[in-house]
Design a protein around this ligand. Sequence first.
Ligand code: UD1
Length: 386
Amino acid sequence: MRKILVTGGAGYVGSHTVLELIKDNFSVVVLDSLEAGHKEALGEKVTLEVANLSDKNRVLEIFQKHKPEAVIDFAAYLAVGESMDNPIKYFENNVANFVNLLEVMEKSGCKYLIKSSTAAIYGNPTKDSDIPWKESFTESYKPNKSALLEGKWNGAAVAGEDFFQRFIDHYNSIYSGRAELRLSPDEISKLRIPLSIYGLTKAIDEIVMKKYDEMSGIKSVALRYFNVCGADPGGKIGEAKPKPTTLMVLAIYQALGKVLELKIFGTDFPTIDGTGVRDYIHPSDLATGHLTALEYLEENNRSEIINLGTGHGSSVLEVIKAVEVASGKKVQTKNYPRRSGDPSISVADPTLAGQLLNWQAKYTLSDMAETAWKWHSENPDGFLRK
Ligand code: UD1
Protein backbone atom coordinates (compact mmCIF):
# COMPACT_ATOMS: atom_id res chain seq x y z
CA MET A 1 0.00 0.00 0.00
CA ARG A 2 1.57 3.26 -1.02
CA LYS A 3 -1.33 5.69 -1.40
CA ILE A 4 -2.95 6.69 1.87
CA LEU A 5 -5.77 9.10 2.60
CA VAL A 6 -5.48 10.71 6.04
CA THR A 7 -8.57 12.40 7.47
CA GLY A 8 -7.81 15.04 10.09
CA GLY A 9 -4.20 14.92 8.86
CA ALA A 10 -3.71 18.64 9.57
CA GLY A 11 -4.34 18.12 13.31
CA TYR A 12 -1.93 17.30 16.12
CA VAL A 13 -1.45 13.51 15.96
CA GLY A 14 -2.50 13.50 12.28
CA SER A 15 0.28 15.85 11.17
CA HIS A 16 2.93 13.85 13.06
CA THR A 17 1.73 10.69 11.30
CA VAL A 18 1.69 12.40 7.90
CA LEU A 19 5.29 13.48 8.47
CA GLU A 20 6.28 9.86 9.15
CA LEU A 21 4.36 8.62 6.07
CA ILE A 22 6.14 11.14 3.85
CA LYS A 23 9.53 10.13 5.32
CA ASP A 24 8.63 6.57 4.36
CA ASN A 25 7.79 7.66 0.77
CA PHE A 26 4.05 7.10 0.94
CA SER A 27 1.87 9.21 -1.31
CA VAL A 28 -0.39 11.13 1.09
CA VAL A 29 -3.72 12.87 0.55
CA VAL A 30 -5.00 14.75 3.60
CA LEU A 31 -8.74 15.30 3.89
CA ASP A 32 -9.32 17.94 6.55
CA SER A 33 -12.05 20.51 7.20
CA LEU A 34 -9.41 22.82 8.74
CA GLU A 35 -11.90 23.55 11.53
CA ALA A 36 -9.20 22.54 14.03
CA GLY A 37 -6.35 21.56 11.70
CA HIS A 38 -3.65 23.83 10.25
CA LYS A 39 -2.52 23.63 6.65
CA GLU A 40 0.86 24.97 7.81
CA ALA A 41 1.35 21.63 9.59
CA LEU A 42 1.60 19.87 6.20
CA GLY A 43 4.73 19.76 4.07
CA GLU A 44 4.73 20.49 0.34
CA LYS A 45 4.68 16.83 -0.67
CA VAL A 46 1.19 16.40 0.81
CA THR A 47 -2.00 16.88 -1.25
CA LEU A 48 -4.64 18.68 0.81
CA GLU A 49 -8.37 18.33 0.10
CA VAL A 50 -10.40 20.68 2.28
CA ALA A 51 -13.68 18.89 2.97
CA ASN A 52 -15.98 17.83 5.76
CA LEU A 53 -16.95 14.19 6.24
CA SER A 54 -20.59 15.29 6.57
CA ASP A 55 -20.51 15.99 2.80
CA LYS A 56 -20.65 12.39 1.56
CA ASN A 57 -20.79 13.25 -2.16
CA ARG A 58 -17.71 15.44 -1.98
CA VAL A 59 -15.85 12.78 0.02
CA LEU A 60 -16.81 10.16 -2.57
CA GLU A 61 -15.46 12.44 -5.34
CA ILE A 62 -12.18 12.77 -3.45
CA PHE A 63 -11.92 8.97 -3.13
CA GLN A 64 -12.69 8.53 -6.84
CA LYS A 65 -10.10 11.13 -7.77
CA HIS A 66 -7.25 9.80 -5.60
CA LYS A 67 -8.12 6.09 -5.24
CA PRO A 68 -6.41 5.58 -1.86
CA GLU A 69 -5.51 2.01 -0.89
CA ALA A 70 -5.98 2.71 2.82
CA VAL A 71 -7.38 5.35 5.16
CA ILE A 72 -6.02 6.63 8.46
CA ASP A 73 -8.86 8.41 10.25
CA PHE A 74 -8.05 11.13 12.81
CA ALA A 75 -11.05 13.35 12.07
CA ALA A 76 -12.92 13.68 15.36
CA TYR A 77 -13.65 16.04 18.22
CA LEU A 78 -11.67 15.24 21.36
CA ALA A 79 -12.59 17.52 24.24
CA VAL A 80 -13.96 15.36 27.03
CA GLY A 81 -15.67 18.27 28.88
CA GLU A 82 -17.32 19.68 25.75
CA SER A 83 -18.65 16.24 24.81
CA MET A 84 -20.67 16.18 28.06
CA ASP A 85 -22.31 19.54 27.32
CA ASN A 86 -22.87 18.96 23.63
CA PRO A 87 -23.42 15.24 23.03
CA ILE A 88 -25.20 15.68 19.69
CA LYS A 89 -22.26 17.63 18.26
CA TYR A 90 -20.05 14.67 19.23
CA PHE A 91 -22.54 12.16 17.82
CA GLU A 92 -22.56 13.97 14.48
CA ASN A 93 -18.84 14.32 14.02
CA ASN A 94 -17.47 11.25 15.81
CA VAL A 95 -20.18 8.74 14.89
CA ALA A 96 -22.34 9.89 11.93
CA ASN A 97 -19.42 11.32 9.93
CA PHE A 98 -17.42 8.17 10.65
CA VAL A 99 -20.27 6.04 9.27
CA ASN A 100 -20.21 8.32 6.17
CA LEU A 101 -16.50 7.60 5.77
CA LEU A 102 -17.08 3.84 5.95
CA GLU A 103 -19.91 4.10 3.39
CA VAL A 104 -17.62 5.94 1.00
CA MET A 105 -14.83 3.40 1.57
CA GLU A 106 -17.29 0.60 0.83
CA LYS A 107 -18.53 2.30 -2.37
CA SER A 108 -15.08 3.01 -3.66
CA GLY A 109 -13.61 -0.39 -2.75
CA CYS A 110 -11.08 0.89 -0.19
CA LYS A 111 -10.47 -2.05 2.16
CA TYR A 112 -8.10 -0.90 4.90
CA LEU A 113 -8.64 1.50 7.78
CA ILE A 114 -6.54 2.64 10.75
CA LYS A 115 -8.60 4.53 13.32
CA SER A 116 -7.75 6.77 16.30
CA SER A 117 -9.35 5.37 19.39
CA THR A 118 -8.69 6.24 23.01
CA ALA A 119 -7.96 4.99 26.50
CA ALA A 120 -11.09 6.96 27.51
CA ILE A 121 -12.95 3.82 26.39
CA TYR A 122 -11.77 2.03 29.56
CA GLY A 123 -13.56 4.26 32.08
CA ASN A 124 -12.68 3.61 35.72
CA PRO A 125 -10.88 0.46 36.86
CA THR A 126 -13.19 -1.98 38.68
CA LYS A 127 -10.27 -3.50 40.69
CA ASP A 128 -6.50 -2.96 41.07
CA SER A 129 -5.64 -5.77 38.67
CA ASP A 130 -7.43 -3.97 35.78
CA ILE A 131 -4.29 -1.75 35.57
CA PRO A 132 -2.38 -1.85 33.26
CA TRP A 133 -5.31 -1.78 30.86
CA LYS A 134 -5.52 -4.71 28.48
CA GLU A 135 -7.58 -4.49 25.29
CA SER A 136 -9.63 -7.50 26.43
CA PHE A 137 -11.10 -5.53 29.38
CA THR A 138 -13.83 -4.13 27.13
CA GLU A 139 -14.70 -7.66 25.99
CA SER A 140 -14.99 -9.15 29.45
CA TYR A 141 -16.55 -6.37 31.57
CA LYS A 142 -20.33 -6.20 31.08
CA PRO A 143 -21.86 -3.49 33.28
CA ASN A 144 -25.65 -3.16 33.57
CA LYS A 145 -25.56 0.56 34.21
CA SER A 146 -23.69 3.26 32.33
CA ALA A 147 -20.73 4.99 34.04
CA LEU A 148 -21.44 8.26 32.20
CA LEU A 149 -20.87 11.28 34.43
CA GLU A 150 -23.20 14.25 34.55
CA GLY A 151 -23.72 16.15 31.34
CA LYS A 152 -26.44 17.98 29.43
CA TRP A 153 -29.17 16.74 27.13
CA ASN A 154 -31.07 19.61 25.49
CA GLY A 155 -29.80 21.88 28.25
CA ALA A 156 -31.03 19.68 31.16
CA ALA A 157 -28.59 17.92 33.52
CA VAL A 158 -28.50 14.11 33.14
CA ALA A 159 -26.09 11.38 34.21
CA GLY A 160 -25.52 7.66 34.12
CA GLU A 161 -28.07 5.32 32.57
CA ASP A 162 -30.47 8.19 31.73
CA PHE A 163 -27.83 10.07 29.76
CA PHE A 164 -26.76 6.83 28.12
CA GLN A 165 -30.30 5.83 27.06
CA ARG A 166 -30.87 9.22 25.44
CA PHE A 167 -27.68 8.89 23.46
CA ILE A 168 -28.46 5.32 22.36
CA ASP A 169 -32.06 6.33 21.46
CA HIS A 170 -30.59 9.06 19.30
CA TYR A 171 -28.29 6.55 17.55
CA ASN A 172 -31.26 4.21 17.02
CA SER A 173 -33.45 6.99 15.61
CA ILE A 174 -30.76 8.09 13.15
CA TYR A 175 -30.10 4.52 11.98
CA SER A 176 -33.65 3.15 12.29
CA GLY A 177 -33.60 2.17 8.61
CA ARG A 178 -30.20 0.47 8.84
CA ALA A 179 -30.71 -2.97 10.38
CA GLU A 180 -27.03 -3.77 9.80
CA LEU A 181 -26.01 -0.98 12.21
CA ARG A 182 -28.35 -2.11 15.02
CA LEU A 183 -26.61 -2.54 18.39
CA SER A 184 -26.94 -5.92 20.09
CA PRO A 185 -27.52 -6.16 23.90
CA ASP A 186 -23.91 -7.31 24.25
CA GLU A 187 -22.62 -4.28 22.33
CA ILE A 188 -24.85 -1.95 24.34
CA SER A 189 -23.44 -3.37 27.56
CA LYS A 190 -19.87 -2.67 26.38
CA LEU A 191 -20.84 0.93 25.59
CA ARG A 192 -21.74 1.45 29.26
CA ILE A 193 -18.04 1.37 30.28
CA PRO A 194 -16.81 4.93 29.36
CA LEU A 195 -17.28 7.90 31.69
CA SER A 196 -17.63 10.48 28.93
CA ILE A 197 -19.60 10.94 25.72
CA TYR A 198 -16.22 11.38 23.99
CA GLY A 199 -15.17 7.87 25.11
CA LEU A 200 -18.62 6.50 24.23
CA THR A 201 -18.45 7.82 20.64
CA LYS A 202 -15.11 6.07 20.12
CA ALA A 203 -16.50 2.84 21.64
CA ILE A 204 -19.39 3.01 19.13
CA ASP A 205 -16.88 3.57 16.31
CA GLU A 206 -15.02 0.40 17.27
CA ILE A 207 -18.31 -1.54 17.12
CA VAL A 208 -19.25 0.01 13.76
CA MET A 209 -15.82 -1.02 12.40
CA LYS A 210 -16.53 -4.62 13.38
CA LYS A 211 -19.88 -4.45 11.57
CA TYR A 212 -18.25 -3.10 8.39
CA ASP A 213 -15.64 -5.85 8.54
CA GLU A 214 -18.35 -8.53 8.65
CA MET A 215 -20.59 -6.73 6.13
CA SER A 216 -18.14 -5.37 3.55
CA GLY A 217 -14.74 -6.87 4.38
CA ILE A 218 -13.20 -3.55 5.44
CA LYS A 219 -10.28 -4.60 7.66
CA SER A 220 -9.31 -2.16 10.36
CA VAL A 221 -7.03 -1.50 13.29
CA ALA A 222 -8.36 0.69 16.12
CA LEU A 223 -5.48 2.21 18.06
CA ARG A 224 -6.33 3.17 21.63
CA TYR A 225 -4.03 6.08 22.49
CA PHE A 226 -3.13 6.96 26.05
CA ASN A 227 -2.13 10.57 27.01
CA VAL A 228 -0.44 12.23 24.05
CA CYS A 229 2.14 14.99 24.59
CA GLY A 230 5.33 16.24 22.99
CA ALA A 231 6.17 17.56 19.54
CA ASP A 232 8.18 16.55 16.49
CA PRO A 233 11.89 16.76 17.47
CA GLY A 234 12.53 18.62 14.18
CA GLY A 235 10.59 21.54 15.69
CA LYS A 236 8.33 22.30 12.70
CA ILE A 237 5.06 20.93 14.07
CA GLY A 238 3.43 20.54 17.47
CA GLU A 239 0.14 20.84 19.31
CA ALA A 240 -1.69 24.07 18.44
CA LYS A 241 -5.11 24.10 20.06
CA PRO A 242 -6.74 27.43 20.90
CA LYS A 243 -7.66 26.28 24.42
CA PRO A 244 -5.41 23.49 25.69
CA THR A 245 -6.70 21.40 28.60
CA THR A 246 -4.03 18.73 28.96
CA LEU A 247 -1.50 18.69 31.75
CA MET A 248 1.85 19.07 29.98
CA VAL A 249 0.70 21.91 27.72
CA LEU A 250 -0.78 23.78 30.69
CA ALA A 251 2.45 23.31 32.68
CA ILE A 252 4.39 24.74 29.73
CA TYR A 253 1.90 27.62 29.41
CA GLN A 254 2.54 28.42 33.08
CA ALA A 255 6.32 28.36 32.53
CA LEU A 256 5.77 30.75 29.59
CA GLY A 257 3.61 33.01 31.76
CA LYS A 258 0.51 32.43 29.61
CA VAL A 259 -1.49 31.21 32.62
CA LEU A 260 -1.24 32.41 36.21
CA GLU A 261 -0.90 29.04 37.92
CA LEU A 262 -1.13 25.34 37.17
CA LYS A 263 -3.89 23.67 39.13
CA ILE A 264 -3.01 20.27 40.56
CA PHE A 265 -6.26 18.32 40.64
CA GLY A 266 -6.00 16.04 43.67
CA THR A 267 -3.08 15.26 45.98
CA ASP A 268 -4.76 12.41 47.89
CA PHE A 269 -4.82 9.65 45.26
CA PRO A 270 -3.39 6.25 46.28
CA THR A 271 -0.31 6.79 44.07
CA ILE A 272 3.43 7.32 44.69
CA ASP A 273 3.06 11.03 45.50
CA GLY A 274 -0.72 11.43 45.83
CA THR A 275 -1.25 12.91 42.35
CA GLY A 276 -2.87 11.22 39.33
CA VAL A 277 -0.79 8.80 37.24
CA ARG A 278 -1.06 8.55 33.44
CA ASP A 279 0.73 6.84 30.57
CA TYR A 280 2.14 9.73 28.51
CA ILE A 281 3.09 8.98 24.91
CA HIS A 282 4.86 11.02 22.22
CA PRO A 283 2.98 11.72 18.92
CA SER A 284 6.00 10.53 16.87
CA ASP A 285 5.71 7.15 18.62
CA LEU A 286 1.99 7.11 17.80
CA ALA A 287 2.92 7.94 14.19
CA THR A 288 5.18 4.89 13.84
CA GLY A 289 2.41 2.85 15.50
CA HIS A 290 0.11 3.81 12.61
CA LEU A 291 2.71 2.83 10.01
CA THR A 292 3.26 -0.57 11.60
CA ALA A 293 -0.54 -1.06 11.76
CA LEU A 294 -0.76 -0.40 7.99
CA GLU A 295 1.89 -3.06 7.41
CA TYR A 296 0.01 -5.44 9.70
CA LEU A 297 -3.22 -5.03 7.73
CA GLU A 298 -1.46 -5.59 4.44
CA GLU A 299 0.26 -8.75 5.68
CA ASN A 300 -2.53 -10.27 7.78
CA ASN A 301 -5.81 -8.85 6.40
CA ARG A 302 -7.26 -9.08 9.93
CA SER A 303 -8.99 -6.50 12.12
CA GLU A 304 -7.56 -5.68 15.54
CA ILE A 305 -7.93 -3.33 18.51
CA ILE A 306 -4.55 -2.34 19.99
CA ASN A 307 -3.34 -0.07 22.83
CA LEU A 308 -0.64 2.48 22.05
CA GLY A 309 1.02 3.47 25.31
CA THR A 310 4.45 3.17 26.90
CA GLY A 311 3.33 0.86 29.72
CA HIS A 312 4.93 3.32 32.15
CA GLY A 313 2.97 5.68 34.43
CA SER A 314 4.02 9.21 35.45
CA SER A 315 2.44 11.33 38.17
CA VAL A 316 1.31 14.96 37.78
CA LEU A 317 4.31 16.03 39.89
CA GLU A 318 6.69 14.06 37.65
CA VAL A 319 5.26 15.77 34.55
CA ILE A 320 5.71 19.18 36.20
CA LYS A 321 9.31 18.29 37.13
CA ALA A 322 10.05 17.21 33.54
CA VAL A 323 8.72 20.56 32.26
CA GLU A 324 10.82 22.46 34.82
CA VAL A 325 13.97 20.62 33.75
CA ALA A 326 13.23 21.12 30.03
CA SER A 327 12.39 24.82 30.39
CA GLY A 328 14.80 25.79 33.16
CA LYS A 329 11.84 27.56 34.81
CA LYS A 330 9.81 26.96 37.94
CA VAL A 331 6.16 26.05 37.32
CA GLN A 332 3.83 27.86 39.74
CA THR A 333 1.24 25.40 41.06
CA LYS A 334 -1.69 25.37 43.44
CA ASN A 335 -3.37 22.32 44.94
CA TYR A 336 -7.04 21.78 44.19
CA PRO A 337 -9.50 18.97 44.99
CA ARG A 338 -9.83 16.02 42.58
CA ARG A 339 -11.45 16.79 39.22
CA SER A 340 -14.72 14.96 38.54
CA GLY A 341 -14.22 11.67 36.71
CA ASP A 342 -10.42 11.46 37.02
CA PRO A 343 -9.27 7.91 37.78
CA SER A 344 -6.22 7.73 40.08
CA ILE A 345 -4.22 5.78 37.53
CA SER A 346 -4.42 4.87 33.86
CA VAL A 347 -1.55 2.96 32.25
CA ALA A 348 -1.50 0.83 29.10
CA ASP A 349 -0.48 -2.76 28.76
CA PRO A 350 1.33 -2.43 25.40
CA THR A 351 2.07 -6.17 25.06
CA LEU A 352 -0.27 -6.70 22.12
CA ALA A 353 1.30 -3.83 20.13
CA GLY A 354 4.68 -5.51 20.69
CA GLN A 355 3.42 -8.93 19.62
CA LEU A 356 1.30 -7.96 16.60
CA LEU A 357 3.03 -4.82 15.34
CA ASN A 358 6.53 -5.28 16.71
CA TRP A 359 6.04 -1.73 17.98
CA GLN A 360 7.27 -0.15 21.16
CA ALA A 361 7.43 3.48 22.27
CA LYS A 362 10.92 4.99 22.35
CA TYR A 363 10.40 8.55 23.62
CA THR A 364 10.63 9.17 27.39
CA LEU A 365 8.75 11.74 29.48
CA SER A 366 11.85 14.01 29.36
CA ASP A 367 11.85 13.77 25.53
CA MET A 368 8.16 14.75 25.53
CA ALA A 369 8.79 17.75 27.80
CA GLU A 370 11.87 18.88 25.82
CA THR A 371 10.21 18.67 22.39
CA ALA A 372 6.97 20.24 23.62
CA TRP A 373 8.91 23.05 25.33
CA LYS A 374 10.90 23.70 22.13
CA TRP A 375 7.70 23.87 20.07
CA HIS A 376 5.65 26.07 22.41
CA SER A 377 8.49 28.42 23.35
CA GLU A 378 9.46 28.92 19.70
CA ASN A 379 5.84 29.13 18.50
CA PRO A 380 3.89 30.72 21.37
CA ASP A 381 0.97 31.41 19.01
CA GLY A 382 0.96 27.98 17.42
CA PHE A 383 0.94 28.20 13.63
CA LEU A 384 0.07 31.91 13.64
CA ARG A 385 2.82 34.47 13.02
CA LYS A 386 5.56 31.93 12.47
C1 UD1 B 1 -8.41 12.88 29.17
C2 UD1 B 1 -9.09 11.74 28.48
C3 UD1 B 1 -8.32 11.29 27.28
C4 UD1 B 1 -8.09 12.44 26.36
C5 UD1 B 1 -7.38 13.53 27.12
C6 UD1 B 1 -7.19 14.76 26.28
C7 UD1 B 1 -10.42 10.37 30.01
C8 UD1 B 1 -10.39 9.20 30.92
N1 UD1 B 1 -9.23 10.65 29.41
O1 UD1 B 1 -7.22 12.37 29.74
O2 UD1 B 1 -9.03 10.31 26.58
O3 UD1 B 1 -7.33 12.01 25.27
O4 UD1 B 1 -8.16 13.91 28.26
O5 UD1 B 1 -8.40 15.38 25.97
O6 UD1 B 1 -11.40 11.03 29.85
N2 UD1 B 1 -4.29 17.59 35.61
C9 UD1 B 1 -4.01 18.55 36.58
N3 UD1 B 1 -4.16 19.85 36.26
C10 UD1 B 1 -4.58 20.28 35.02
C11 UD1 B 1 -4.86 19.32 34.04
C12 UD1 B 1 -4.70 17.97 34.37
O7 UD1 B 1 -3.64 18.21 37.71
O8 UD1 B 1 -4.71 21.50 34.83
C13 UD1 B 1 -4.09 16.17 35.94
C14 UD1 B 1 -5.35 15.33 35.81
O9 UD1 B 1 -6.08 15.32 37.00
C15 UD1 B 1 -4.75 13.97 35.46
C16 UD1 B 1 -3.51 14.33 34.63
O10 UD1 B 1 -3.19 15.65 34.99
O11 UD1 B 1 -4.33 13.28 36.59
C17 UD1 B 1 -3.72 14.27 33.13
O12 UD1 B 1 -4.88 15.03 32.80
P1 UD1 B 1 -5.25 15.43 31.28
O13 UD1 B 1 -4.03 15.89 30.61
O14 UD1 B 1 -6.43 16.34 31.35
O15 UD1 B 1 -5.67 14.04 30.60
P2 UD1 B 1 -6.69 12.90 31.10
O16 UD1 B 1 -7.78 13.48 31.91
O17 UD1 B 1 -5.89 11.80 31.70
